[in-house]
Design a protein around this ligand. Structure first.
Ligand code: PLP
Length: 446
């Protein structure tokens, strides 16, 4: 029988520390419900206001979320190091895992040969004084971004896209500020927004990116920042189209009160052209990660933007970790310069496109409409996430529940095509169709 975790404490600080400890040890895994305020207050013999203060503090730090009648629950990825097993439960034996949202590891460039070549050319050890953004990397990055129409005023390098976005939000916003995010949107970003104590304002997304009405509403609600995924939107695969970019540019033109952040994480892996919004607001940043095409372990992203915005990020970085290791910067430069790597990325892009299209077509054959214009994921609206995820797991497929990515968007599941082989796609589509078939009424016999 499962033992319920006993929250303890006589003050708000003790109660929140007790919840945090439960999260850290895995006794309160993601999505665990916390007791209602009054019930816990009665158990602990404290006032409801004390428990409410503890819950509010946990909410501001992004450990828990309160959603109306669903009560207060541990967030899917609270910003406290938990045991990995609690965070990523391994699907049972024989279950194919399409839930992780990571690139196809078979299609990432091998780093060994580049590292070996670097080892020959690395020169003497670098000290503090000579480290920073490598001029050669900055130069190459400027060319690459300019070729995509991104106006590069300032440029720096961060430890991945999310690191850059965290520094941007921390530099421009204060806890409690509203920030417009795509809904559905990248789960890690929603977790980061919660951890920074910011208030997410949901902007609906269709296949062409954030909707015009959604952005207009978010601006009317006072959003201080807007985060837009250029292409391969996670989880829907949306890509900002030329028309949508034009409409959003009109809405955002000259808005000095809004920081515009573009996340072009798929970068070279995106088949569709970039329609950037960069430069339309005085405060803007364009973030391009190398994670998807070249490998998440490289932990490097380019961050371009207006001079003030970039200086804030680079300055904050300089009083913290300092810079992204020049070893990683050199490695990225070597990968950019390697024609074999570019060829591999083109093949990876084709492979994702083929598998996404095949899955969407196979699902359509069962009367199911799924989304995935670009990237590595397919987003499938379903009537009920829990039953879809459970039925699919029982059929041997682990998929991600849409709840990780949604604020107010309708239920769905995310299927990452990276681990899929082409030959498996018809069987997967059959399993999805069976999993979504309405249960027969009791007593019905065929
Ligand atoms: C929307 C989005 N942005 C960025 C990233 C990559 O971020 P990072 O550079 O921090 O690895 C991902 C990875 O899944 C993503 O889905």
């Amino acid at each position: 029988m499962a033992v319920r975790y006993q929250i303890t404490g006589g003050t708000a600080a003790e109660i929140s520390a007790s919840v945090e400890s439960g999260v850290r040890t895995g006794a309160l895994p993601p999505d665990s419900p916390l007791p209602p305020v009054r019930a816990l207050a009665a158990t602990l013999a404290v006032s409801p206001a004390t428990v409410a203060r503890a819950y509010q503090e946990l909410r501001q730090r992004g450990l828990v979320a309160t959603a109306g009648r669903h009560g207060t629950r541990v967030r899917p990825r609270p910003p406290v190091a938990t045991r990995r097993a609690a965070r990523y439960p391994t699907p049972g034996p024989g279950v194919r895992d399409l839930s992780r949202g990571q690139p196809d590891l078979r299609l990432l460039p091998p780093l060994g040969p580049h590292l070996a070549r670097l080892a020959d050319r690395i020169g003497p050890p670098a000290g503090y004084a000579t480290a920073g953004v490598l001029p050669e990397l900055a130069e190459a990055a400027r060319h690459r971004l300019a070729a995509d129409g991104v106006p590069v005023d300032g440029l720096t390098v961060t430890g991945g896209a999310l690191d850059g976005i965290e520094r941007l939000l921390a530099a421009h916003l204060r806890p409690g500020d509203p920030v417009a995010v795509e809904d559905p949107g990248w789960a890690n970003l929603l977790d980061l927004v919660a951890a920074l104590g910011l208030r997410p304002v949901a902007v609906p997304v269709d296949d062409d990116g954030p909707t015009e009405a959604g952005v207009r509403d978010a601006l009317a609600l006072g959003a201080r920042a807007l985060i837009v995924t250029s292409r391969a939107q996670n989880p829907t695969g949306a890509a900002v189209s030329a028309d949508r970019a034009a409409a959003l540019r009109t809405l955002l033109a000259g808005r000095s009160d809004v920081l515009l952040v573009e996340d072009d994480h798929a970068a070279e892996l995106a088949r569709l052209p970039l329609h950037t919004l960069a430069g339309v607001t005085p405060s803007w940043a364009f973030v391009r990660s190398v994670s998807k095409p070249y490998g998440p372990d490289l932990r490097l992203a380019l961050l371009a933007g207006d001079e003030t915005t970039v200086a804030r990020v680079a300055g904050r970085m300089s009083v913290g970790p300092g810079w992204v290791s020049t070893l990683l910067q050199r490695l990225v430069l070597a990968l950019w310069a390697d024609p074999a790597t570019s060829g591999l990325i083109v093949r990876a892009e084709e492979s994702y496109q083929r598998r996404r299209a095949a899955l969407i077509t196979a699902l359509a054959g069962h009367g199911l409409t799924a989304h995935g214009r670009s990237g590595i994921n397919v987003w499938l609206p379903v009537p009920d996430e829990t039953s879809a995820v459970t039925a699919l797991r029982d059929a041997g497929w682990a998929v991600a529940p849409g709840g990780l990515f949604r604020i107010g968007a309708p239920p769905a599941v995310r299927l990452t095509v990276s681990p899929l082989d082409d030959a498996e796609i018809p069987a997967l589509a059959d399993a999805v169709a069976r999993a979504l078939r309405p249960a027969r009424p009791a007593g019905f016999t065929a």
